[in-house]
Write a protein that binds this ligand. Structure first.
Ligand SMILES: Cc1ncc(C[n+]2csc(CCOP(=O)(O)OP(=O)(O)O)c2C)c(N)n1
Length: 991
């Protein structure tokens, strides 16, 4: 190999590795700043060569007899892959020895490049697939020939600076150590990590024991017992309930010892609580073998019995969606576990779990985030495919959402239902998404149960050390079809032929332990048969098993109860003393003396002060802040998150004030009074699904905090539709888990186009049943205030979905007097007519409406001087205020009843109120018998893109509601002109 040796003068100056690397750093910044001979050398390095040189810093080269002090070049022109190299020579080495010295140093550098390649790409050659379906590809960068070595070099010692515990070793040993460390049954991806400590930690942890598991005999027996339970449980179910869906774990049984290791190691490292989230696969196994749900309880469910006591209402859910909680003890340390219930929608439980963890960490006041952790168990196809996985990674290190890192465990059975990885992901690994947060990824062969447990331990240690996410990808297989009634050979005949002939993980481990002399065949068999006998006993017991108590309203929920009577009959005390209101008002309008307030904000605060002093004209944002502030003063914590919610999308909230000189933040609501509760207001990442799921999870774990999520505009919430459908609207019915989450959805037809107009509240209304939540559209700040306070002053929790205003934030009429917040005030489900009109009996029309359109109707009626049309606002659409409305409508026996909305007929509340109004009118023998619709015609898009058309439509519908002959209006679902002319019977009469 033709090397050009640089002039001795340029490098024989006592330099060492640190010097070379520092020189390289200088060169990287400015090539002209180093001696041209160095510049030439560095310029000739390839990528790996550059990395190795950069990494020389801190190495212990000084101890090496041939200290690195100089440089050789490879022939840049040769185009060979062979590396450029640093040439070592002793300070005082005779020039005659230069060749030998140069070769030694070159060997070192080449060996280091090989080592580096193993660290980066060794996992590609690891033995990960128990089925060995893919031929093993030899990666050229893991071949020592690629670095200029030949067989002749195998036995020559090479100085490698203590890497892999070897100062100097023959190439043969180096390669063997690398193979053992990086290409065994654990493949480690970590070289993408930029944080030097995290990267070094993994490297040290992996290389120090050559990535080999070392268990005591007792440890091995314990692993075997867990494995036997995992396999024995599925076997037993298959025998007793052949073909019944259970989404068995077979092929991935090592999951159970892996979880046990995580919990055990975690308990030694300060972990006291784990919130688990997982999908269908292996869930029954985890429920019983990890969560210790009694086997007989589960068998009873297999016999068709409910999982809850008979007197508990609700839909319930299938067994492999249910959650549970338990206390487990590990060497005297108790770890509380809760497995979160989840819907069929894969991965959507993840943010919910994270929200719960966050709440629990805060309850414990654990700033270090050591004591509570999320353990998320994924399927390979779901992990690679579902976007919410990415959203959770995106949240993982954010101040408002961090939970100190999640341990992710992927049951990578190399199939998703019937789909092979080739069709289900674009990257090489199903775990590639985790690289977005530079999480280390440990791929492990699921048939090597010791390796799985070893990797699980590393994962747990990493999480506790760095409070960051880490992924364990357990490559395994699925012994049966997707579920137990499914024939996998229809789609993967070859794979399933291999699986049929493949021994179980337990068999493999039993053979290993017998060969090692840890257990005898009799012992392994007995462990299996004893467990089957135990299951048989529990099976017999299950026949008389009765669930005697529902597991809700415990822990933090103790003292709260279920809503059993009519919601409408309840009135909560939500009024507040004027003193407290003034105290909050004063906090809202004050900043520290040295705070440089923005001038415009100053004017806003002055206006607020004026509102509070006069007790008049309190606007929306102030009403909300009064609700927040009074709750905080009374000791109720608050968490509000959503995009830009600190300021507010419409620049209305200003919960956070920013110093104009320093950008220091000041949150007035945290300065209401001493001893008050804390207000956490978080500008969220640009996610709906992840964040809403997170806040829902938070609300599940934390009933004493008012948890609110705000959409930027209401319609964006449909990005989180799964959370709304699967959790918020139906979670209590399915899983007996209450939530007092508030969703704030800016809504209103204001000419901003098809988007940004409607929050599509018809969808929330359609999902209303069994008092599952509240859907509201308030017209006054005071009513909003009471609704928010009511959330926390009841002895039960229900989600509250609010259509929040946009233009009403600054509407001169959408204000409340202070008295409406003060003593004696209360929440109003229905707002009756407020004005003095003709006698009730003479009222010719009642216009019912909800939300912003009320003000349009009110102003137009006043403008036209109409005094025989009453306007009633329904502030809470659900629970439907039937009694109050019945009473109100009965006041107007001669009136025709009109429902007016600004949304299109197929949207908004019309379809929801139509039948309900009909029921009231029919059952009270009201002469009208039915309500007429006035509003926009049905439409595909929620609103027009033309502001001009919007204005014309809005004016028309308001006019129609007040004066049109409603019987002659076009049918709202026809394709008739959206702007058909109003026929005013009064004008017709007077003409
Ligand atoms: C969001 C969502 N889409 C589709 C499905 C239907 N489905 C159920 S299981 C499954 C395959 C899951 O594969 P994987 O994540 O690898 O888990 P495995 O069943 O192999 O354990 C699919 C597509 C679902 N449950 N959730």
């Amino acid at each position: 190999m033709p090397f050009r040796v640089m002039s001795q003068a340029s490098f024989l100056t006592g330099a060492n590795a640190t010097y070379v690397s520092e020189l390289y750093a200088r060169y990287s910044e400015n090539p002209g700043s180093v001696d041209p001979s160095w510049a030439e050398f560095f310029g000739g390095l390839n990528d790996d060569g550059r990395t190795v040189v950069a990494e020389l810093k801190g190495a212990s080269w000084n101890r090496h007899p041939n200290r690195i002090v100089g440089v050789a070049l490879d022939e840049a022109e040769s185009g060979s892959r062979k590396p450029a190299a640093v040439v070592a020579t002793a300070k005082s080495a005779p020039v005659a020895a230069a060749d030998e010295i140069r070769r030694a140093a070159l060997d070192s550098i080449r060996a280091l490049m090989l080592i580096r390649s193993y660290r980066v790409r060794g996992h590609l050659q690891a033995t990960l697939d128990p089925l060995a379906l893919q031929p093993r590809v030899q990666h050229p960068e893991l071949d020592y020939h690629s670095y200029g070595f030949t067989e002749a070099d195998l036995d020559r010692p090479i100085f490698i600076n203590n890497v892999l515990g070897m100062e100097s070793a023959p190439l043969r040993d180096i390669v063997a150590a690398l193979q053992q460390t990086y290409c065994g049954t654990v493949g480690v991806e970590f070289m993408h990590i930029q944080d030097p400590d995290q990267k070094a930690w993994i490297q040290r942890r992996i290389e120090s024991d050559r990535n080999q598991a070392a268990f005591t005999e007792r440890g091995k027996q314990a692993i075997f017992e867990r494995l036997s339970e995992a396999e024995g449980f599925e076997k037993f179910l298959q025998m007793k309930y052949t073909g019944t869906k259970r989404f068995g774990l077979e092929g991935g049984e090592a999951l159970i010892p892996a979880i046990e290791q995580i919990l055990k190691r975690g308990s030694q490292l300060g972990l006291r609580e784990v919130v688990l989230g997982m999908a269908h696969r292996g869930r029954l196994n985890v429920l019983t073998n990890v969560m210790k749900k009694p086997y007989s309880a589960l068998f009873s469910e297999f016999q068709g019995n409910p999982a809850t006591p008979e007197d508990v209402q609700g839909s319930g859910d299938v067994k492999y969606h249910l959650g549970t909680s338990a206390d487990r003890e590990f060497d005297g340390v108790t770890v509380h576990l809760s497995l979160t219930a989840n819907p069929s929608h894969l991965e959507i439980g993840n943010p919910v779990v994270l929200g719960k963890v966050r709440a629990k960490l805060q309850q414990r006041g654990d700033q270090s985030k050591s004591s509570v952790m999320a353990l998320l168990i994924h399927g390979d196809a779901a992990f690679a495919g579902q976007g919410v996985v990415m959203e959770c990674f995106a949240m993982s290190q954010l101040e408002g959402y961090s939970t100190g890192g999640t341990v992710h465990l992927v049951i990578n059975n190399q199939i998703g239902f019937t789909t092979t990885p080739r069709f289900s992901r674009s990257g090489p690994y199903c775990t590639d998404v985790a690289k977005m947060v530079q999480a280390p990824i440990l791929h492990v062969n699921g048939d090597d149960v010791e390796a799985v447990v070893h990797a699980a331990r590393i994962a747990m240690e990493y999480r506790q050390e760095f409070k960051a996410d880490v992924v364990l990808d357990m490559v395994c297989y699925r012994r049966h079809g997707h579920n137990e009634g499914d024939e996998p050979a229809f789609t993967q005949p070859l794979m399933y032929r291999v699986i049929a002939a493949h021994p179980t993980t337990r068999q493999i481990y039993a053979d290993q332990l017998i060969a090692e002399g840890v257990l005898t065949r009799e012992q392994t068999d007995r462990i299996g048969s004893d467990f089957q006998a135990r299951l048989e006993d529990d099976f017999q017991a299950s026949k008389s098993y009765k669930v005697n108590k529902a597991d809700w309203l415990e822990g933090k929920w103790a003292g709260l109860g279920a809503l059993t009577d009519e919601e409408e009959m309840r009135d909560e005390n939500t009024d507040v003393s004027l003193d407290l209101l003034q105290q909050v008002g004063s906090a809202l309008t004050s900043v520290p003396a040295d705070f440089n307030l923005n001038k415009k904000i100053q004017r806003q605060l002055d206006a607020k002060r004026q509102m509070m002093e006069s007790g008049q004209g309190i606007d929306w944002a102030t009403g909300e802040a009064l609700a927040f502030g009074t709750l905080l003063a009374e000791g109720t914590r608050l968490r509000l998150s959503g995009q830009d919610c600190g300021r507010g999308t419409f620049s209305q909230r200003h919960s956070v004030l920013n110093d104009q000189e320093t950008e220091a933040r000041y949150v007035p609501l945290n300065h209401v009074k001493d001893g008050q509760a804390h207000y956490e207001v978080i500008d969220s990442l640009l996610s709906e699904e992840g964040v809403l799921g997170f806040e829902y999870g938070y609300s599940l774990a934390e009933p004493t905090t008012l948890t609110l999520w705000e959409a930027q505009f209401g319609d964006f919430a449909n990005g989180a539709q799964v959370v709304i459908d699967q959790f918020i609207s139906s979670g209590e019915s399915k899983w007996l888990r209450m939530s007092g989450l508030v969703m704030l959805l800016p809504h209103g037809m204001e000419g901003q186009g098809p988007e940004h107009s409607s929050a599509r509240w018809e969808r929330y209304l359609q999902a209303c049943a069994e008092d599952n939540w509240q859907v509201c559209n308030f017209t006054t700040p005071a009513n909003y205030f009471h609704a928010l306070r009511r959330q926390m002053r009841r002895n039960y929790r229900k989600p509250l979905v609010v259509m929040t205003p946009k233009s009403l934030l600054r509407h001169r009429l959408a204000v409340s007097p202070l008295a409406d917040f003060g003593p004696g005030s209360r929440f109003r489900r229905v707002m009756p007519e407020t004005e003095k009109l003709v006698a009730d009996a003479k009222i010719s029309r009642v216009v019912l409406c909800s939300g912003k359109v009320y003000y349009d109707l009110f102003e137009e009626r006043a403008k036209r001087g109409i005094n025989d049309v009453a306007i009633i606002r329904i502030e809470q659409l659900y629970p439907w205020p039937k009694e109050t409305l019945t009473t109100q409508l009965a006041r107007y026996p001669s009136a025709e009843i009109v429902w007016c909305q600004e949304e299109s007929a197929n949207m908004g509340p019309w379809m929801f109120v139509d039948r309900r109004l009909h029921y009231i009118l029919d059952h009270t023998d009201h002469p009208t018998g039915l309500a007429y619709y006035v509003g926009r015609q049905s439409s595909a898009a929620p609103a027009t893109g033309s502001h001009k058309n919007h204005v014309a439509e809005q004016a028309l519908l308001v006019e129609q509601a007040l004066v049109a002959d409603v019987k002659s209006l076009p049918e709202p679902f026809s394709r008739a002109s959206k702007l058909s002319k109003v026929q005013d019977p009064r004008q017709a009469k007077s003409a």
